[in-house]
Design a protein around this ligand. Structure first.
Ligand SMILES: CC(C)(COP(=O)(O)OP(=O)(O)OC[C@H]1O[C@@H](n2cnc3c(N)ncnc32)[C@H](O)[C@@H]1OP(=O)(O)O)[C@@H](O)C(=O)NCCC(=O)NCCS
Length: 144
């Protein structure tokens, strides 16, 4: 049985550890403790971790800009996959967004992450062919 609970800054080290171990998840300077603290404060009760037999087995981070939701860093450790945990984590995020009046959510997936693409499409998420994402880094820092 798994237990999903709200992620707090106390989970930071364990969550970063999960992410470092997981191919398909990329960590940036924006994942520093300071940035994560700011993110969790700006988006309270929208990011979640899952505990299975006392172990942190997965996580997801979610936030919004007032109009649209954004979902990041969904992962479930390999031993616990295929039990509906990711589905449940995403559902918690979407419910939290809906509670704030936000019914549309976006996410980015590396084009090389084919398993993630299959997962999202199976979950009913629409692959956007009609838009390109543009990014600009003001600091000149390539890992921002
Ligand atoms: C993608 C990931 C989060 C799925 O976690 P999970 O807990 O195994 O997923 P679930 O058990 O909730 O699966 C839900 C549904 O998606 C399907 N699914 C899950 N992974 C899938 C895959 N690789 N290919 C096809 N379908 C998949 C399941 O069969 C299930 O379908 P069903 O409800 O019709 O039976 C997990 O594989 C993972 O952590 N991958 C590495 C990190 C990553 O790439 N994250 C996404 C970055 S955007």
């Amino acid at each position: 049985m798994f237990n999903i609970r709200v992620m707090t800054l106390d989970d930071y080290d364990a969550v970063m550890d999960l992410m470092r171990k997981t191919p398909g998840i990329s960590l940036r300077d924006a994942d520093s403790r300071e940035s994560t603290s700011r993110y969790l404060q700006r988006n309270p009760d929208m990011s979640f971790v899952v505990e299975i037999d006392g172990t942190l087995g997965g996580c997801v981070m979610c936030g919004h800009d007032g109009r649209r939701g954004y979902l990041q860093h969904l992962l479930v450790l390999p031993d616990y996959r295929g039990q509906g945990i990711a589905h449940a984590l995403v559902d918690r995020c979407l419910s939290s967004l809906e509670g704030q009046g936000i019914v549309k959510c976006h996410l980015d997936v590396f084009k090389t992450n084919e398993a993630a693409a299959r997962f999202w499409q199976r979950q009913g998420w629409q692959l956007r062919e009609d838009i390109d994402r543009y990014s600009f880094i003001r600091s000149g820092n390539g890992n921002a």
